[in-house]
Each structure stands twice: as structure tokens, then as C-alpha cells.
Design a binder for this molecule. Sequence first.
Ligand code: DAH
Length: 355
Amino acid sequence: MAMSDELRAIQERVEQGLAKARTLEALEQVRVASLGKKGSLTAIMRSMGRLPKEERPAMGQLANTVRANVEAAIGQRREQLAKAALEARISAEVADVTLPGRRLSHGTEHLISQIREEIEDIFVGLGYTVEDGPFVETTYYNFTALNAPEDHPSRSAQDTFYVVDNASKGKESHALGESDVLLRTQTSGVQVHVMEEKRPPIYMICPGTVFRPDTADANHLPQFTQVEGLVVDEGITFGDLKGTLDHLCREIFGQDRATRYRPHFFPFTEPSCEVDVSCGVCGGVGCRFCKNTGWLEILGCGMVDPNVFGYVGIDSERYSGFAFGIGVERVAALRYDLPDLRMLMTGDMRFLGQF
Ligand code: DAH
């Protein structure tokens, strides 16, 4: 084939190749095949020297024209493909400005904290102080000074998490039940701490966590929250206890709720009671929620035993007082008809977010 025909054929092939090229990669292949180091056009340009002298100018000119055409065609197609690629990307990555924004959800306090604070507010309104106490206690504060005898069942290893202190560790005689350090089983020990530090009049509550080796089930948690209360002053009677706790029950559960004081035993109070509030589900007639009794038990209370005053050096001839302990999780369960206390501990936002 004559060189001029060859040159025209190359240009045609490039034009066909470009028309077929759908991507910048395909276009690059066409370019390399013609203008690359081993490309067809490059090869012809190199062979130009072998032409007879008189043919060279005309053929050289033609070759240059073909190369310019090929370069222009490739450049044009590259622009087209790049623009198409950009447009495809833009339409694929399009941002829908009409979509609603991402909302940050407001946190709420955990239900247990809400009820604890509600109880705090009720008592702060009555002039009480809010005290704090240690989670890790000695048997003296948790039991002995609260008049709980050595053989009281709540002292047993089944009812109490004892902590082995390093000093007694390894001693042959040491068994868990003989440790005198423990995770407090009740907030009542704070009564002793406060009476050691303050002289009457004392009007205080102490909210806090307590621990018992119970397996978690619908009605038990190994860790839960109590609010302890203590009043010590001159002339305090059972009437003061009843008036105060009736006020508390109505503030928490509603003004229409009745209360009932049932005799009970606690080592540190005498006499002692458990307090029931009338069932809010049936109004006191009896239903499944209150096990057909019409009543729901909500707290323990009583008049401070003179023996407890003896441990902290308060004159029981001059002063008297009352104490009480409320389970916060239990108040939550009764107020919201919760079927299972464990719902309070699982951190499921579908449940907790309702409060
Ligand atoms: N500490 C008791 C308990 O954990 C609750 C209690 C009962 C506290 C009577 C008191 C009280 O202060 O007077 O079961």
C-alpha cells in the first residue's frame, strides 16, 4: 500500500476507534495504538527517512496533517468523555436538599434517677437535708449499730456480699462470712454515720445503691436503690411518722390513695411497720396487680430503737425519732405497672425513652 493510503487508513481507523470509545480508558488505548511509541503513525513517521528524497516533502506534509487531525480528534473526544464522566458522577452523587436533617435526640434522666430526685424534692420541701454514705461498709454500721444481732439472717453470706480484706486474706480461720467489710445491704447504716456526726435535731434522707446476692428476676435485683429517712428531735411521735409518710405516698402516687400501716419487725426500729398504699389499678377492690389484696407494699419504717441511740450517744430520754426506707425501683414498678424490674436495668431506649 502506498504511504499516502496508509496514512489515510490510519486516520480512518482512529476516527472509528474514537467513535466506539465510551470511556477515557478506551480512548487512551486508541491514542497509544496510533501516537504511542509503538503506534502506527509513529512507525510511519520513523520510516519517512527511507523515502526517495523528492517524495519526502509532500509525504511529510501529509503525515503532519494526519497527525494533527488525529491529535485534534483525540483531544475533542477526550473532552466529550470527561464531561460525560463528570455529569454521570454529579447525577450519581446528587444531594437531596429536601430530605429532613438528622435529628439529635434529647437525652432524659433514667427513670430511677427521676424518681429518686422526686423523693428528694418532696423532703427538701419539708426542710430535710440530703446525705450521702459509703457503698462499702463495715458490719458495725450495716448491722451491729443498727441493733441487728450476730445471728440475724440478713448477716448470712447468702444475704450479703462480703468483701475479703487483704489483711485477713490467707489466714486459716478466714471465711467469707467472717469478713467485717461488705457491700451495704441497706442505706440504714447512713443513719449511724449521720448521728455520729450531727446532734439533734436531725431531719435527713439518704438516697443510694444497695447490694444483695439475689439472682435478678421479675421482683428482685442484686443491686437496687433505696431512700433512707431519719428524724431525731424532741417530742417526735408515731403521729409525726404517719403524717410524713402519708404526705410522701400522696405526693408520689396521687392524693386519692389510701395508706395502711402493718406491724412488722426491723431490728433498729420499735415499733416497726410496713406501709401499703391502695392499689391504683383497681382502686383497692382487688385485682391481679395487687394479688387481690387491694394494697401494694411500698416501704418499711418505725420509731428509732433506743438501743441505736445508745450506740451513737444520743440521750433516748430526751430525744425520739422515726426512720424509714423506700425502694426506688419498687416505686417505679408500682407507679408505671412494670411487670419486670429488670426492664429498668437493660438500657433499652424503646422502654426508657417513654419516661
Ligand atoms: N433497711 C430496710 C430494708 O432494707 C428498710 C427499712 C425499714 C429502713 C425500716 C428503715 C426502717 O429506716 O425504719 O429492708
